[in-house]
Design a protein around this ligand. Structure first.
Ligand SMILES: C[S@@+](CC[C@H](N)C(=O)[O-])C[C@H]1O[C@@H](n2cnc3c(N)ncnc32)[C@H](O)[C@@H]1O
Length: 227
């Protein structure tokens, strides 16, 4: 057996170039809607200037889901965590075009943000949609959903909160259910070892469309904190 490396491998590879418009959107709008992560807990009350139900989306990609939900729910605040600059530029530009003010963006590894950046019990909903599946066995450790990360999710989520995930990669879906069903702080809303039906109100994203084009089934998971 190979020795376990001491350094946690990242769940992402930063790739892709920003368009000029995306670069401009970041230059202009990051000061208003970007949150600098310093390792300290983020002051979300101050960032949003109000106290509203709080949703965190991890790995929002080009932001289709984040933007649709923020527009649909002006009474909720959304924190998007992503490392992909082009997607961040796209979301900021779309926020301006659609007049949205209830999104803040953290450009950092979500694992580290969950380690120290979120106060315990402060998040009402956590969304992880179509995370990178890392299909090769030697890359499985790069998958975002791991037992240690499950514990961090439990720490951040409010007692009445919900964790939702989706993937089109069946082996990752099975891995997710194995890891999260085994987390003592979480209860599978569908019952042990089961998926929930696709929520009708979950917006379709690029990666879901891609999965469907490839003939993949889509798996949705939902967990609530165990009280
Ligand atoms: C396969 S894409 C899915 C994007 C989007 N959720 C969708 O459904 O279209 C996964 C995204 O997660 C981001 N990501 C992966 N690991 C991350 C991490 N640890 N922190 C922040 N973003 C991450 C990647 O940059 C990428 O944009």
């Amino acid at each position: 057996m190979e020795p376990t490396p001491l350094v946690r491998p990242r769940s992402f590879v930063v790739r892709g170039r920003k368009t000029e418009a995306q670069t401009r959107a970041i230059d202009e709008l990051w000061p208003s809607f970007g949150l600098e992560f310093t390792g300290e807990p983020l002051d979300l009350d101050a960032a949003f200037g109000r106290r509203a139900p709080r949703v965190v989306e991890i790995g929002f990609g080009n932001g289709e889901n984040l933007l649709t939900l923020a527009e649909r729910h002006p009474d909720r605040d959304f924190v998007g965590i992503e490392v992909h600059g082009a997607g961040i530029g796209r979301v900021l530009g779309a926020m301006r075009d659609r007049g949205l003010t209830n999104i803040r963006i953290v450009r950092h590894d979500a694992v580290e943000v969950f380690e120290t950046g979120l106060r315990p019990g402060s998040i009402d909903e956590i969304l992880i949609f179509f995370p990178d599946p890392w299909p090769k066995a030697r890359h499985h450790r790069r998958r975002l959903v791991q037992p240690e990360f499950g514990r961090l999710l439990v720490r951040a989520i409010a007692p009445t909160g919900v964790l939702r995930l989706a993937t089109d990669w069946e082996p990752y879906a099975e891995h997710m259910i194995e890891v999260l069903d085994a987390e003592p702080g979480l209860a599978n809303a569908a019952g042990a070892d089961r998926f929930v039906p696709r929520p009708e109100d979950r917006p379709v994203t690029k990666f879901e469309r891609r999965g469907e084009r490839l003939g993949h089934a889509i798996f949705d998971l939902e967990y609530r904190p165990r009280t």
